[in-house]
Design a protein around this ligand. Sequence first.
Ligand code: ZN
Length: 112
Amino acid sequence: MIDIAIERMNILFNRAEMEFITHPERSNRYVELALKLSTKYNTKVPEEWSRRYCKSCKSFLKPGHNSTVRLVNSEVNIFCGECGHAMKIPYHREKKLKRRAKYDSKQKRINE
Ligand SMILES: [Zn+2]
């Protein structure tokens, strides 16, 4: 049942993406339905879509149309153009891993 819910959420978000230019109010409705599914079956919204809706006003976001994405202080800032809410997603871990990989490759070169 959970697989079906995830499949349906993917379909709804794809629909929202398709309809956004012509009918933005429909895509907001599709987001609403997908979020209802995620609460009913206690599953997360698929990862590829979790940054594509506003956590505050639940409207569908399309970067360049009604949202802006900026990298500030090791955070991904996603501003909603509808209500002005800013979602801040840190990426410290990724930065750390990159630094570690750089250091490791340097050490390898020294040891050779
Ligand atoms: Zn919003």
